[in-house]
Ligand binder design. Structure first.
Ligand SMILES: [Zn+2]
Length: 58
């Protein structure tokens, strides 16, 4: 096992939003085709619910 440096005070950044708390999702048009447009919109990260912290898996 490789010894890992512990950073107890540092919060783990959410992997989905990189700690931003929000993600940029591609805007899709058309309910069936789901065509991807160039537009992107900011959306609340559902993984961390906007906190930017990764939920602990315990
Ligand atoms: Zn997140």
């Amino acid at each position: 096992m490789t010894a890992r440096k512990k950073t107890p005070l540092k919060l783990t950044a959410c992997p989905d939003c990189s700690g931003n708390g929000e993600i940029t999702e591609t805007v899709r048009v058309g309910a069936r085709k789901g065509r991807v447009t160039d537009d992107r919109q900011a959306a609340l990260c559902l993984t961390c619910l906007g906190t930017g912290e990764a939920p602990d898996g315990e």
